[in-house]
Design a protein around this ligand. Structure first.
Ligand code: PLP
Length: 221
């Protein structure tokens, strides 16, 4: 991460690491905490609930995976940032549950930049409209955009998707910004976090690379 920041002239303080613990247990999550990595990400609410039950607020929790409306209550109770908001219906439910807890829930809008059928998220064209709806909910605060690039062999092939999210943010943050404050970009995983950082990621979500030797990098040093 530091090298990618250096290559692209960015400050390392401007890129946060969310350590994705979905494929490991509580002991490994505890190890991360001991190393000072306090931001943990889960993609399923059930797993978020069970890890939270033993780790609690010693970690800052991120829900990075798809969220169903019937699981919103637990997600809002635990997550400091929900990365996967992709409908008004879901936002409405989050607002309702957040209100009950007296909380303003930070969220990201998940964007399906690649247009793959298998991916969640809304299309880039729909983002501005969704933000216009969500800014009216008092118990939600829109913090940025999230995307997942397609799985590719060479991370260079993921670059255009990250660039596209950056450009989308530019477009909706123009002279009349739709949401207050600078919007963060959550993009980049084990296989492509380096190019994501080069293309402006503020949050990378990395799991496997923390726990396995994921083999040689495809990017030139
Ligand atoms: C699993 C997951 C990650 C992390 O993926 P790795 O390849 O293990 O780094 C990041 N984001 C989302 C949404 C995920 O589901």
């Amino acid at each position: 991460m530091v090298r990618a920041c250096e290559r692209s002239g960015r400050l390392k303080e401007d890129v946060r690491l969310v350590s994705v613990t979905k494929e490991v247990g509580i002991p490994e999550a505890e190890e991360l905490l001991a190393l000072g990595m306090k931001e943990l990400g889960e993609n399923r609410v059930q797993e978020l609930v069970s890890k939270y039950a033993s780790i609690g607020s010693r970690a800052t929790w991120h829900l990075i995976g798809h969220l169903q409306t019937n699981k919103v209550k637990d997600a809002v109770r635990i997550a400091s940032l929900i990365h996967s908001v992709d409908s008004e219906r879901l936002a409405k439910e989050i607002d309702k549950e957040a209100k009950k807890l007296g909380k303003v829930q930070d969220i990201l809008i998940e964007v399906n930049v690649s247009g793959e059928q298998s991916k969640f998220g809304i299309s880039p064209e729909e983002v501005a409209g969704l933000i216009k709806c969500i800014v009216l909910y008092p118990n939600i605060s829109i913090k940025g955009l999230m995307t997942m690039a397609p799985e590719v062999d060479d991370q260079e092939e993921a670059r255009p998707y990250f660039k596209a999210l950056w450009e989308l943010r530019d477009k909706i943050s123009g002279p009349w910004p739709l949401a207050p404050g600078p919007l963060l970009l959550s993009m980049g995983m084990s296989n492509d976090f380096e190019v994501a950082i080069e293309e402006g990621a503020n949050i990378v979500r990395v799991g496997r690379a923390l726990f396995h030797n994921s083999g040689p990098r495809t990017l030139a040093p």
